[in-house]
Write a protein that binds this ligand. Structure first.
Ligand code: SAM
Length: 317
């Protein structure tokens, strides 16, 4: 697939990948031009890419980017804010609870509070180990894009039929699969995950694919203000959507550019949607993964070309 990648906003770009802060860049995105904003912001817990600040200041900076995200959203668009806990002296403050009033003030409509459940993380000793985070899914209006069929998941009993009554013998379930519900079990990206890069908290691509496929249509724009290593962009490009992303850390930005390029060529390895989660009591042959190191080669020249001087590059396979 041929795609156009730019560092600055250009209407006909397929991927606008900006090296710099989202707070300034978002001002350049036209109002009502983006179908889906999906992100995982810094949690203000002192990770290598953030400076811990007073919680009020954190709230204000989140308010700024959320307000702008609402402005750039199309009337039938969605915002998905993926968040966990702020932690201070072992006390947790769920960030979705903290930030909810900002979305309410913007008159967004909450459609789901999705629980993303995963298997790996820190082992706590003074409370139960945290094994989920949430995605708050809001729409701007009551007329919003929602395509359920592309994200249906296999039925537990796929050929279940009515056993009596007028429909006896006919399928009692949807042959396309069932609604995935609002509790999603998707492995988080830890060391032996096929998508693992140096980023400490990257999205699994399949998590974002489910949002992209259900909440957008081909060629729609998907924006991630805190792009990291570009997992949202990868999910968008892989599924024939366009993407906008910002990242302040050079190393992550370069990896994002590399992954987007590979994705446009169809050569980036990602964990497939619907792949069963590892079960220690079963034969997990299909879960065995290949070493992903070959994908860490960076296209330095291309990255620098796009970043410096708002230059446009076309990649083709
Ligand atoms: C939780 S991580 C997101 C990871 C991302 N979901 C992925 O899959 O790679 C948050 C990211 O936001 C970046 N960041 C922090 N402040 C930023 C800002 N003002 N503008 C753009 N990116 C920022 C950090 O460097 C970090 O990579």
């Amino acid at each position: 697939m041929m795609i156009k990648i730019t560092n600055e906003y250009e209407k006909d770009s397929d991927a606008i990948i900006h090296y710099g802060s989202c707070y300034d860049f978002v001002k350049k995105i036209p109002s009502k031009s983006v179908k889906l904003v999906v992100t995982s912001p810094p949690y203000n817990i002192g990770k290598e890419y953030e400076k811990k600040v007073d919680l009020n200041n954190y709230y204000k900076s989140q308010e700024k980017i959320i307000d702008d995200s609402v402005r750039i959203l199309t009337d039938d668009g969605s915002i998905c804010w993926q968040i966990g806990n702020y932690v201070e002296n072992s006390e947790i403050i769920p960030l979705d609870i903290l930030l909810f009033p900002i979305f309410q003030k913007n008159q967004l409509k909450l459609r789901n509070r999705i629980i993303w459940h995963f298997g790996h993380g820190l082992h706590a000793s003074k409370r139960f180990s945290g094994r989920y985070e949430t995605i708050l899914w809001f729409t701007k209006s009551d007329h919003y894009t929602f395509n359920l069929d592309p994200v249906r998941v296999p039925q537990k009993y796929p050929n279940k039929k009515h056993f009596k009554g007028p429909n006896k013998g006919k399928l009692s379930c949807n042959p396309l699969g069932k609604n995935p519900s609002d509790v999603w079990e998707i492995p988080n990206v830890k060391n032996n995950h096929i998508e693992k890069t140096v980023h400490p908290c990257q999205f699994p691509v399949e998590l974002i694919e489910r949002l992209v496929l259900s909440m957008t249509n081909p060629k729609d724009f998907v924006f991630d203000p805190f792009m990291g290593v570009g997992s949202t962009a990868v999910a968008a490009i892989k599924n024939n959507r366009r993407t906008i992303g910002c990242e302040i850390m050079e190393e992550y930005y370069e990896i994002a550019m590399n992954r987007i390029t590979l994705s446009s060529k169809g050569t980036l390895k990602t964990r497939p949607m619907h792949k069963p989660v590892y079960n220690p009591n079963k034969d997990n042959t299909e879960n065995k993964i290949e070493n992903n190191k070959s994908q860490s080669v960076l296209f330095k020249d291309t990255v620098n070309g796009v970043r410096n001087g708002n230059q446009t590059k076309i990649f083709s396979s």
